[in-house]
Design a protein around this ligand. Structure first.
Ligand SMILES: C[C@@]1(CC(=O)O)C2=NC(=C\c3[nH]c(c(CCC(=O)O)c3CC(=O)O)Cc3[nH]c(c(CC(=O)O)c3CCC(=O)O)/C=C3\N/C(=C\2)[C@@H](CCC(=O)O)[C@]3(C)CC(=O)O)/[C@H]1CCC(=O)O
Ligand SMILES: C[S@@+](CC[C@H](N)C(=O)[O-])C[C@H]1O[C@@H](n2cnc3c(N)ncnc32)[C@H](O)[C@@H]1O
Length: 237
């Protein structure tokens, strides 16, 4: 029986190719195949663009289309097809890297294909290489202390439809809100009502064309780009 290849889940950081780990860069140079998740709504992989300077000239990136929708049936179909495409390579004994924006275990497509692959290939060797998350890089960019001493840090999604985010923010010392693009006007109003507007920094497209940091929440765009987040520190006036 052919030995299974190894699957590497590689975090590539939020944008700046220098924020890739040495380990991820080394593995990119060694694997047989590089898979990149990309939105099936466009023809582009952000993660593939980030790793481009680190890829050997001969390496090709295979894009796996993810629908980027909340339609469960469409998601299940795409995840199954993508897992099958990866399994075919790994079952043939070839090593493969799955590259993903930021960290592969934080709001990541990798988190959806991994259990499917484990079901298809129970003995699959998997190595996950952490990536610098968007909010860590945003804190570094703005020089903001995320959390200290006995404080807690909430990591939340701005895609919130049942009031859970408001309740969590009311309790949190500090917070980061990813996916801040969606319903941003409502998010902005809520942060104002909770007394958190002054302590919020809006960061968009970090490490990409169009990068911007906005310390005044009222100056942030009504319809931000998908790559937007908020850093929130309680007690700022
Ligand atoms: C439904 C929706 C809401 C939501 O975020 O929950 C959603 N993505 C939306 C939009 C969107 N996403 C992306 C763009 C292109 C931006 C551009 O290109 O400029 C756009 C904008 C667009 O398409 O218009 C790119 C992207 N998305 C993820 C990564 C990281 C990665 O690779 O893993 C990358 C970088 C990939 C790369 O490297 O290129 C990851 C995730 N996105 C998911 C869902 C989950 C997987 C769903 C699946 O399996 O299909 C997951 C894992 C998050 C999770 O589940 O936590 C929302 C629908 C619109 C809406 O309703 O508002
Ligand atoms: C699907 S999550 C991916 C998170 C990623 N795995 C990480 O470790 O940061 C996408 C969200 O991450 C944030 N994000 C990712 N890259 C970003 C960037 N370069 N600039 C600003 N926000 C970013 C945004 O909030 C975006 O909506």
């Amino acid at each position: 029986m052919t030995r299974l290849g190894t699957l590497y889940g590689l975090g590539v950081g939020p944008g700046d190719p220098e924020l890739l780990t040495l380990k991820a860069a080394r593995i990119l140079g060694q694997v047989d195949t590089v898979f990149a998740a990309s939105s099936s709504k466009n023809d582009y992989s952000i993660a593939a663009a980030i790793v481009a300077p680190h890829l050997p000239a001969t390496a090709a990136v295979t894009r796996l289309p993810f629908p980027m929708t909340r339609d469960d049936a469409a998601l299940a179909t795409a995840w199954a097809a993508n897992a099958a495409a990866m399994a075919a390579v790994l079952a043939d004994g070839r090593d493969a890297a799955f590259i993903t924006l930021g960290d592969p275990l934080l709001y990541s497509t990798f988190g959806y294909v991994l259990p499917l692959l484990r079901a298809l290939l129970p003995d699959l060797p998997v190595v996950v290489v952490p990536g610098i998350t968007s909010f860590q890089a945003a804190a570094a960019r703005t020089g903001q202390v995320l959390v200290e001493s006995g404080e807690n840090l909430l990591i939340a999604s701005g895609v919130d439809e049942d009031g859970r985010l408001r309740r969590a923010l009311a309790e949190a010392d500090n917070a980061v809100i990813l996916k801040a693009y969606r319903s941003f006007p409502q998010l902005r109003t809520m942060l104002g009502e909770l007394g958190l507007a002054q302590g919020t920094t809006f960061v968009t497209r970090l490490g990409h064309k169009g990068e911007a940091v906005e310390r005044r929440l009222d100056m942030a765009p009504e319809k931000p780009h998908y790559l937007s987040l908020c850093l929130i520190k309680r007690g700022q006036t």
